[in-house]
Design a protein around this ligand. Structure first.
Ligand SMILES: *Cc1c(COP(=O)(O)O)cnc(C)c1O
Length: 228
């Protein structure tokens, strides 16, 4: 299959899942997770039916930006972000999906203030309560939400999670828990937030994520092939 066909196939599966869940397929964004892809491949993917790109690695993001590979598509940062690298991402990424600490949140706010912009962010939740995994625990979430609402150059858009790999039933339970958390966040969101993005699901799980209410899925291997 060509890249174009694989993207069309992912879209079709997304639409099927949306319809099965009684949702409008247009309400779910396809994020092409382009780690380890070169600028030529990214540029090609930008011609097809994806909504945006997701970058994990700073260095690759810098190359893709320099090569203008995203064309007119937005880019989200979805990987681990070091505090001292924040300035390179703020203002470039339409959304930083992977904010899992107060330290990082503060650094993003500061960099956004310097650039005189508002940076959209998601808070990453370690929903599987895995040791050593990125993201805040469910218990820490209210604290970070409160802090986010106090920072003038941050706009909170919702939550993101990467649950531990597992069978459908277990994975969907994690996604359902994230959906419930997102609803709670909506209920008490501050004035400087717009809670409309729930980022869940990758190649092996995006259909389940849509069934459980995801508004954005991050698909890598199914679109670009196995990473070598
Ligand atoms: C790589 C990656 C994805 C995509 O994973 P695939 O299994 O390749 O679809 C999604 N989200 C994040 C944060 C990733 O790092």
């Amino acid at each position: 299959m060509t890249l174009k066909d694989r993207i069309a196939q992912a879209r079709e599966q997304m639409a099927q899942a949306a319809l099965k869940a009684g949702r409008n397929p247009r309400d779910i964004l396809l994020c092409a997770a382009c780690k380890a892809q070169n600028s030529e491949t990214v540029r090609q993917a930008a011609e097809y039916d994806i909504d945006l790109f997701g970058e994990n690695r700073m260095q690759e993001m810098a190359v893709h930006l320099a090569d203008k590979a995203y064309q007119s598509k937005p880019m989200h940062f979805i990987g681990h972000l070091q505090t001292n690298k924040v300035r390179q991402v703020v203002g470039q990424a339409a959304l930083i999906q992977s904010v899992g600490s107060l330290r990082l949140l503060n650094a993003i706010d500061k960099a956004a203030a310097q650039k005189e912009i508002t940076q959209d962010v998601l808070i990453e939740v370690n929903i599987g309560q895995e040791a050593g995994k990125a993201g805040v625990t469910v218990g820490e979430l209210p604290f970070l939400l409160e802090k986010a609402s106090e920072l003038p150059n941050i706009r909170l858009r919702g939550l993101m999670a990467i649950p531990p790999p597992g069978p459908e039933k277990e994975t969907r339970q994690y996604f359902a828990r994230m959906f419930a958390l997102q609803e709670q966040v909506k209920g008490k969101a501050g004035a400087n937030s717009r809670i409309d993005t729930l980022s869940l699901g990758m190649s092996d799980s995006f259909v389940w994520a849509i069934l459980e209410g995801a508004t954005l899925v991050r698909v890598g291997r199914q679109i670009f092939g196995e990473r070598v």
